[in-house]
Design a protein around this ligand. Structure first.
Ligand SMILES: [Zn+2]
Length: 539
């Protein structure tokens, strides 16, 4: 029948992603797109789902992921789909899987392993190649890519701690051009990690000028989220002022007790920049603990030239003594987490060898006492033994700061989930349901409409993503349908891979991909490219 929908969602309470009040409606889907919204009960459909009493939201967009390799080797995407995510933005924190250069590939592979995970066949070079390979892998979710500044810097100049020559700078610009033309949405930086930390503000300004020509954004893992938080946010604002690029502060937070409350200042700096006509925003995950690679706590000079050089250095007594001194006294411009947090607040989340498996879930303090070592020696020894492959969880922030960032009108939700090891941070599975259960239903920090906006419409607006993020006619038919009365994240630090409750259906491009806490096996994700503009299409 001509007027038949492929799918009819009846009686849903629709929260459309704009932040406007919910309304009860039916939604008709045809050829993967939203065909009609309104009273459609008389219409026929191949499949009808009655969702009376449930919330129908645009599919959630995880704007901060490290799933670059996971979308290839784990296209089912259970950690994300089970929490209602239908789009993942990959390539955050300066680390993207593309573009790569075969000469420096090994350097990069070992460096990104604790964050992006392990993967054998890096068979692409450019962002365009990578996106085609993602298409072939056919993940359940849509994928939108950022270009990692650390990745292009490694590709052009390895782990060199110096400014680029003008030839190198031009090569980096060329890689950004290629990536943007292939459909990337912007650039990300990881300025507390090598090699991002070796870059000056001027270098970032020069590169951002290219990104902005294509209408892309600048998402930044700040240079220093500890004592230099304010200066680091100011650095991002400077880049906005000099290039007009929209900036996104990644996992905006404070680290360490003595910095508690500082987000008040950084959020008002962003507001002030917005008032002056720049476009700023932040992303956040709903946990006061963070996670990353243990090597990230070392002073940047120690990692110059890559991991191999690091391990050689860590075997030399005088270098070990210097690292210990730096841990104690800090260095100008370096985010010294061990001092700000204390060794008791850095917990080992994974190691690669069976031999050291017993150390998982211990703090650095506990582990070093167990082995009768000084904490700094323990850190250096385990990095050598595990070839750098150690993940850690940090007790970073306070609930007050977290709530202040989350409640801000331009903060989006992004999991920052790392799918590495047996005990990943629970944000990998629980981020979106946790925001809805804890910050909407239990504490009323956000209205439902505000929370959904932060997970969908605000995100696509800030990133310049078209086609998804709103329940509007002709948008892709991506929906997350859930029960607000019982939605709950079940993933915890003890059981980090538990699936959330209350997510009833997840629909991607009009196909039900998750139903009653089970994947249906249908994979219908799409690679979203910056050039895929709705207004260019005659629909
Ligand atoms: Zn980050």
């Amino acid at each position: 029948m001509k007027n038949m929908f492929d799918l009819l969602i009846k009686n849903g309470t629709v929260v459309d992603g704009t932040g406007k009040r919910r309304f009860v409606s039916d939604i008709g889907v045809k050829e993967g797109l939203i065909a009609d919204i309104g009273s459609l009960k008389h219409r026929n459909a191949k499949r009808i789902i009655d969702v009376n009493g449930l919330i129908v939201s645009p599919g959630f967009i995880d704007c901060h992921t490290h799933s670059d390799l996971s979308v290839l080797h784990d296209p089912a995407r259970l950690p994300k789909v089970s929490q209602g995510v239908t789009t993942e933005v990959v390539g955050n924190c300066g680390m993207s899987a593309a573009p790569i250069n075969k000469k420096t590939l090994n350097l990069m592979k070992e460096y990104v392993k604790p964050v992006l995970g392990d993967y054998d066949s890096w068979s692409w070079n450019s962002v365009a190649d990578y996106l085609k390979i993602v298409e072939k892998a056919n993940p359940v979710v849509n994928v939108a890519a950022l270009i990692g500044h650390g990745t292009i810097r490694t590709s052009v100049m390895g782990f060199e701690n110096r400014p680029p020559t003008s030839v190198e700078l031009n090569l980096m610009k060329e890689l950004i051009r290629e990536g943007m033309e292939a459909g990337a949405f912007g650039i990300s930086t990881g300025l507390s990690y090598p090699p991002g930390t070796y870059a000056s503000t001027d270098e970032l300004v020069e590169l951002s000028k290219v990104v902005v020509e294509y209408g892309g954004i600048y998402a930044t893992h700040l240079r220093d989220q500890v004592d230099g938080l304010v200066d680091s946010v100011n650095e991002a604002i400077t880049i906005a002022e000099q290039t007009n690029i929209p900036i996104i502060i990644s996992h905006h937070k404070t680290v360490g007790k003595r910095n508690t409350g500082r987000v008040k200042e950084t959020l008002s700096l962003l507001d002030n920049a917005d008032e002056r006509g720049y476009n700023t925003s932040s992303d956040t995950y709903p946990y006061t603990k963070g996670s990353t690679s243990l090597a990230a706590i070392l002073p940047p000079w120690a990692v110059e030239g890559g991991f191999k050089k690091l391990f050689e250095r860590l075997k030399k007594l005088e270098i070990r003594e210097k690292i210990k001194r730096d841990f104690l006294t800090g260095l100008k411009g370096w985010e010294n987490r061990s001092k700000a947090l204390g060794w008791e607040n850095i917990i080992i989340s994974f190691v690669q060898s069976d031999k050291n498996f017993f150390l998982e879930k211990m703090s650095i303090q506990e582990a070093s006492e167990e082995l009768n070592k000084q904490p700094a020696d323990f850190v250096m020894d385990i990095l050598i033994e595990e070839e750098g492959n150690v993940g850690v969880i940090f007790n970073n922030s306070t609930e007050t700061d977290l709530q202040m960032v989350m409640a801000h009108r331009k903060t989006m939700i992004g999991s920052d989930g790392l799918d590495v090891g047996d005990n990943p941070h629970p944000r990998l599975y629980g981020t979106f349901p946790k925001v809805l259960s804890k910050y909407v239903r239990e504490t009323n920090l956000l209205t439902l409409e505000e929370a959904i906006h932060k997970m969908t419409g605000l995100t696509v607006t800030q990133f310049g993503i078209e086609e998804v993020g709103f329940i509007k006619k002709r948008y892709r038919a991506d929906f997350t349908i859930f029960n607000l009365d019982n939605i709950k994240d079940e993933a915890s630090f003890e059981n980090s891979r538990e699936l959330s409750k209350g997510i009833q259906y997840v629909i991607v491009g009009g196909e039900v991909v998750y139903e009653n806490r089970k994947m249906t096996g249908i994979r219908n994700g799409k690679v979203l490219r910056r050039t895929d503009r709705l207004d260019n299409k005659n629909i």
